[in-house]
Design a protein around this ligand. Sequence first.
Ligand code: TRP
Length: 375
Amino acid sequence: MPKDEQEFVVTPWEVRGEIDYEKLIRDFGTSLITDELLERIKKYTGELHPLLKRKIFFSHRDLGWILDRYEEGEKFFLYTGRGPSGHTHLGHLVPWIFTKYLQDKFDVELYFQMTDDEKFLHDPKLNLDDTAAYAYENALDVIACGFDPKKTFIFIDTEYAKTLYKIATQFAKHVTFSTVKAAFGFDVSTNIGLIFFPSIQAAPCFFPSVLKGKNIPCLIPAAIDQSVYWRVARDVAPKLNFYKPAEIHSKFFPSLMKGGKMSASEPESAIFTVDSPELAERKIMNAFTGGQATIKEQMEKGGNPDICPIYHYYKILFEWDEKKLAEIYESCKGGCLICGDDKQKLAERVGSFLIEHQKKRDRAKDVIEDFILRD
Ligand code: TRP
């Protein structure tokens, strides 16, 4: 619990406060992605994705090892997922867009988990029909990102249970209550579904290896709040004769309101993929910014793009051109950029993005079964 404003909290269920990412790396025992690693990635990808260049994906475990294996001709698979507790917002798309880039550049398979069970177990207001329905809704957004249907496998925990459960059970035998208590902050009042759940989220690290009958390296792109799951998974992996999963972690997508990240439970803090361009514009126009109270003050003192969600929207999704992004940054700092104009411009971009995305999302309804794994 934070004792004062300076403290922050990052768990798989809660992200709060001003986040110190370097401290997170130390606390979680992960590593910063070095320039040397970036150079190695570049050998395979050509241009680096802006999300790597801008250090939005900033931390990892065993990424060098994944590249070693790849160099020796041993392909990895990608594993990521989504807790379907509501509609997809733009922040969710960021790791998926990055995952699609990795799939294209390395020509690898993606296994995508929908943890409808987790969200049901965690949220007292949701029933299992709600979370399964959101899983299908959210899958449309995943597919709309452009993944290759031949190499992309989406599965919903409660529906793919036959395959998942067997691996999860073998995993669970090696995890004590004391371990998950320490890792996830569970206590004796936590429901037992949640206590078992880490083994369900760990299982996909291994099931392509089980399905194919040989050990396959796993790379997980995910926001850094998920890294506790993989820490437990990595401890158990050797006991089951599997490779430890490798990870690449992103920062969070900021809320449109002050502090914190976009959250599906606070509709005004996020833009959802199903929002109309008009609604998105309204949310953007009402957003918190790093600007001064008046235009006069803004012109005199300049704004603060570093704390401004509008600037971060450009940085994370809406301005991939480095020069143009730098221009926005400088003109905001220099006071020539007025928040109202900046918001208006962003709202136009977000609006056209939503229209395009919604078209792709509609088309995804016809092909969804090509992506869903069944057992
Ligand atoms: N627990 C994640 C969430 O709440 C969903 C998830 C499952 C996931 N498997 C994953 C996320 C693998 C990233 C990578 O969103």
